[in-house]
Ligand binder design. Structure first.
Ligand SMILES: Cc1cc2nc3c(=O)[nH]c(=O)nc-3n(C[C@H](O)[C@H](O)[C@H](O)COP(=O)(O)OP(=O)(O)OC[C@H]3O[C@@H](n4cnc5c(N)ncnc54)[C@H](O)[C@@H]3O)c2cc1C
Length: 435
């Protein structure tokens, strides 16, 4: 049996294990944390409140992955029609705002539509960056009031410093008719790329991994600290050392590259130019469940510290004690663009203050639970340096035979179904090579 090592026990690591298991191979999986799941881990606290690492829902349209996840939880999952909204200057437009201008101040609607029409009649723009794309898609007023503001809060840089190769179906480009209908009436159609989602009934999102865990020989508390691709040898912080015939890594590229013995300077330097956001998650358990009608809300205003809110009790009622509700706020930073200040716990009070300011929490609400979590790698930032830096790093990893996969190995905007498949396909590559 070839000795195949998988680094990381997130969805990508288990995608690789699943593919190898189908060939009768049980890989060693090394995980730095004391729990499995990576970004899909879930934590239930003594108070009875459960939180995932950021809001996690499965909205894959791939029926094979849907079936695999459903099997993993013995068909016990919730199917939910998604409801999303936005908070902007005291208004709560539905999502996406470009289709739901109804209810916003009249002069804003007029300026948005006038600019939108003017942009349609203007000569075509060169698409040098995301800002160009936003201006061409929506006109200046809408672009500046909504997506360009959100970009600074979520991607931590400006739209003119971002590429457009991450967009896919993420941002809807309306026709004039759709925009007008959404301005005149409160009932315009749902066009978001997520219409409904599934979520495990019990145990949080990590339950989707249940049946995959036995497919690898999982070693927790094994933080890789150095990797010698010539000797095919790995060392861990706990003193353990191991060799491998083939390696699949889902470790974030800047960390992985730093650990490689003899890595050329230009590769190291390129890996350090890769930008990612860091997220502080602030969780609250509240003494009532009617906190919001939306599963997620997006926040544009600069004086509100969080960028997005979600409500775990609306994903599965078993995520909270009966009769209570829960909130998870995301506050974003980036080492490259907006370094974090203070400790994660320092954000609990500001988040609480802003939840009250926007009216989601009342002064007399009972706060039954509160904590803060740090997510060191959250969303890859598609700045203009990413593409060339990534080509250098990936090219080198291929030269030295290190298989990379997952959101932080591919360094892309991948969802759980995509990283699972990314793990599978790297495992397949490894199989093709060693056979
Ligand atoms: C806020 C947020 C919300 C999201 N919401 C959704 C959603 O709703 N739906 C969806 O489908 N996707 C969502 N995603 C994306 C999803 O979380 C990722 O695509 C997926 O979990 C990434 O899996 P992965 O295996 O590639 O990486 P990870 O889950 O990060 O796995 C990598 C593993 O490697 C381990 N590791 C790192 N360094 C070392 C080392 N030196 N030694 C050993 N082990 C190491 C880590 O501990 C980790 O367990 C969201 C992501 C974020 C940040």
């Amino acid at each position: 049996m070839p000795n195949i090592v998988v680094l990381g026990s997130g969805m990508a690591g288990f995608g690789a294990a699943y593919r190898l298991h189908a060939e009768g191979i049980t890989p060693m999986i090394y995980e730095e944390s004391g729990y499995h799941g990576g970004h899909t881990a879930s934590f239930r606290y003594n108070s009875g409140f459960l939180y995932d690492i950021g809001p996690h829902i499965s909205f894959t349209k791939d029926t094979r992955i849907q079936d695999l996840f459903a099997d993993s939880v013995d068909q016990k999952y919730e199917t939910v029609q998604i409801n999303l909204n936005n908070y902007w200057n005291g208004y709560w437009p539905r999502h996406p705002v470009q289709l739901h201008l109804h209810g916003l101040p009249e002069d804003v609607i007029v300026r948005v539509i006038a600019d939108f029409v003017e942009e349609r009649q203007a000569p075509e723009r060169a698409m040098r960056n995301y800002e160009d794309w936003l201006l061409a898609s929506f006109g200046r007023t809408f672009a500046e009031l909504f997506p360009m503001k959100y970009t600074r809060k979520y991607h931590l840089t400006t739209a003119d410093n971002m590429s457009i190769d991450w967009l896919g179906p993420r941002i809807y480009r309306p026709s004039l008719e759709e925009m007008l209908r959404g301005a005149l009436s409160s009932s315009s159609p749902h066009v978001h790329y997520i219409t409904n989602f599934r979520y495990p009934t019990e145990g949080g999102f990590v339950s989707y991994l249940k049946k995959f865990v036995p497919m690898g020989n999982l070693k927790l508390n094994h933080e890789m600290v150095s990797l010698d691709p010539l000797a095919r040898q790995i060392r861990f912080a706990n003193g353990v050392q191991t060799n491998y015939d083939a390696l699949v890594s889902s470790v974030p590229l800047p960390d992985l590259v730093r650990m490689i013995r003899g890595v050329p300077h230009d590769v190291l330097e390129a890996s350090q130019r890769l930008a990612c956001s860091t997220c502080v998650l602030v969780n609250f358990g509240v003494g009532r469940e009617d906190l919001s009608s939306a599963h997620m809300s997006y926040f544009y205003d600069e004086d509100i510290c969080f960028t997005r809110l979600s409500f775990p009790h609306m994903l599965s009622a078993r995520n909270v004690p009966r009769g209570t509700g829960s909130i998870q706020a995301e506050v974003y930073f980036s080492d490259k663009y907006k370094p974090m200040t203070g400790s994660p716990e320092d954000w609990i009070d500001p988040v609480l203050r802003d939840l009250r300011r926007c009216g989601l929490l009342r002064d007399d609400d009972r706060i039954l639970f509160r904590n803060a979590m740090l997510v060191r790698y959250a969303n890859v930032i598609f700045d203009l340096e990413r593409k060339t830096a990534l080509e250098t790093v990936h090219g080198y990893l291929e030269d030295v035979g290190i298989g990379y996969c997952g959101r932080y190995g591919e360094w892309g905007y991948l969802w759980t179904d995509e990283v699972f498949k990314s793990g599978e396909s790297v495992a397949q590559k490894v199989l093709d090579r060693i056979r």
